[in-house]
Write a protein that binds this ligand. Structure first.
Ligand code: ATP
Ligand code: MG
Ligand code: MG
Length: 381
C-alpha cells in the first residue's frame, strides 16, 4: 500500500485523501498549522516547509510527494526530490510559482498573454504604466492567491497608491504589471498528464470571480469547438514543455473570441471541483493516478454541472441536498470572512434542469446574485 505525502493540508489535500481512499492509499500531510482541514482525514506532520526536521520526518514516511499548496519554497521541493519522487517536479513548480516566469513561458509557446512587465522600482512602474496603458494590474510575482497581492491601476494617478500598497514587496517576492483584459468570459482548462506523458483534459469550464475569488464554475463551457480545441492545445503544449506530471489548471480570459492566458495552477484546482460528481474520474483521483504512475481515468463528463463556492461560512445544506443532483462539500473549517469553507455541486442531465435547480437553490439560500450569471449562461446557450 502506497503512502502519498501532500505538502499543504487545505481542502485540496482533504479531497485528495477522500479520493484516494478507494484506491487503498494512505496519506501524510505536512502543514504549518495543527488544525489544517486535511488533518481530519490524514495523519499530519506539523512544521514549516523549510524546517529540515519536519521535511525529513515527512520524506521518510512517504512513497511519493505532491502538493496542495503551490508556494512551497523551491529549495524544499528540490531537497525532497533528492529523496522521494515528487510530482509535479521542481521545474514545473518553480515556473508556476512566478507570474513572470510563467507568462514568459506562455509567450515562448505561442500562447497569447496580456502585455506585462517586470517591476523593481517606482520609476519602472511609472514607465511600464505609460507603455502598457491603463487600466492595468500590479501583482506580486509570487505568493498571491484569491486575488491577494494585487492592485488595480485605473488611471496614471493611481500609480503612487499602487506603489504604496505593493512597492515594499518589490525586493522580496517581485512585482509584475499586466494589462487589464476587458474579457467577456473566464475559462479554465483542467487537465492531467501521466508519468508516461499521456495527456487528458476535462471539458472546458467557465468561471465567475467576485473580488478576485472564484464564485461559480460551469461545465461544459458553451464555446465553439475551435476555441475549445485551441484552449486544450495550449494546455497540452504547456504540460509537455514542463514535462508536467499530475493535474493542473490553465486560466484563460476570452476577449472578442480570442484567448489570453492568465496563469497556471500546478495542482488540482477549484474550477475542477465539479469533476467529483460531474465526470467519470475526478481531478483528485486522476492526480493520484498520475503521480503514482497508474493508468489515467476517463475525463468524460456526465451531463452538465455547476459548482458554487461557499466563502466565509457554510450556508444551510438543505436546499442543495433536496436537489436530485445536489452534492455538498463542507471542508470542516472555522468560519472566517472570505475563507473558502466549502462548495456545492449541482449536476443535471440537461442545461434547462441545471438552470432550474440553480434558481431554486439561489432563492432558498438568498444567493440569487451568485447563481444569476450561471443561469444566464445556461439560458443563452
Ligand atoms: P487564484 O490563484 O486564486 O486563481 P490569483 O490570486 O492568482 O488567484 P489571478 O488569477 O491573477 O489571481 O486574478 C484573480 C482574478 O482577477 C482573475 O480570475 C480575474 O477575474 C481578475 N484578473 C486578474 N488579472 C487580470 C487581468 N490582467 N485582466 C483582467 N482581470 C484580471
Ligand atoms: Mg493564482
Ligand atoms: Mg487565478
Amino acid at each position: 500500500m502506497s503512502t502519498v505525502g501532500i505538502l499543504g493540508g487545505g481542502q485540496l489535500a482533504r479531497m485528495m485523501a477522500l479520493a484516494g481512499a478507494p484506491l487503498g492509499l494512505r496519506f501524510l500531510v505536512l502543514d504549518t498549522v495543527t488544525d489544517a482541514c486535511a488533518g481530519q482525514f490524514a495523519p499530519m506532520v506539523v512544521g514549516d516547509y523549510t524546517d529540515p526536521s519536519a521535511l525529513a520526518q515527512f520524506a521518510s514516511q512517504v512513497d511519493v510527494a505532491t502538493f496542495d499548496f503551490e508556494n512551497v519554497p523551491a529549495q524544499s521541493a528540490q531537497w525532497l526530490t533528492e529523496r522521494v519522487p515528487v510530482f509535479p517536479g521542481p521545474r514545473a513548480l518553480a515556473t508556476a510559482q512566478d507570474r513572470l516566469a510563467e507568462k514568459t513561458l506562455f509567450r515562448e509557446l505561442g500562447i497569447p498573454v496580456p502585455p506585462f512587465a517586470a517591476i523593481g522600482t517606482l520609476a519602472e512602474l511609472q514607465a511600464a504604466v505609460q507603455g502598457i496603458g491603463t487600466p492595468c494590474i500590479l501583482k506580486t510575482r509570487r505568493l498571491g492567491y484569491d486575488g491577494k497581492g494585487q492592485f488595480r491601476i485605473k488611471t496614471p494617478a493611481d500609480v503612487d497608491a499602487a506603489w504604496a500598497a505593493l512597492g515594499a514587496q518589490a525586493g522580496h517576492v517581485g512585482l509584475i504589471l499586466e494589462g487589464f483584459v476587458a474579457f467577456q468570459r473566464e475559462l479554465s482548462v483542467v487537465a492531467v498528464r501521466g508519468r508516461d506523458g499521456e495527456f487528458r483534459a476535462w471539458p472546458l469550464t467557465e468561471n465567475w470571480h467576485v473580488d478576485g475569488v472564484l464564485s461559480a464554475s460551469l461545465a461544459p463551457a458553451q464555446v465553439e469547438d475551435a476555441l475549445r480545441d485551441t484552449a486544450l492545445g495550449y494546455a497540452q503544449a504547456l504540460a509537455e514543455a514542463l514535462d508536467y506530471v499530475g493535474v493542473f489548471a490553465l486560466e484563460l480570459f476570452c476577449r472578442d473570441g480570442e484567448l489570453l492566458a492568465n496563469e497556471m495552477a500546478p495542482r488540482v484546482h477549484n474550477s475542477g471541483h465539479w469533476t467529483i460528481e460531474g465526470s467519470e474520474t475526478s481531478q483528485f483521483q486522476n492526480h493520484l493516478r498520475a503521480v503514482l504512475g497508474l493508468p489515467l481515468g476517463s475525463t468524460r463528463m456526465i451531463g452538465t454541472a455547476c459548482m458554487l463556492n461557499w466563502l466565509g461560512q457554510m450556508p444551510d445544506a438543505g436546499a442543495v441536498l433536496a436537489e436530485a443532483g445536489g452534492h455538498w462539500h463542507d471542508y470542516g473549517k472555522q468560519p472566517r470572512a472570505g475563507r473558502k469553507v466549502g462548495h456545492a455541486t449541482l449536476r443535471a442531465d440537461s442545461r434547462k434542469e441545471l438552470a432550474d435547480a440553480l434558481q431554486r437553490v439561489g432563492e432558498a439560500l438568498g444567493l440569487q446574485g451568485q447563481v444569476a450569471p450561471v443561469v444566464r449562461a445556461l439560458e443563452s446557450a
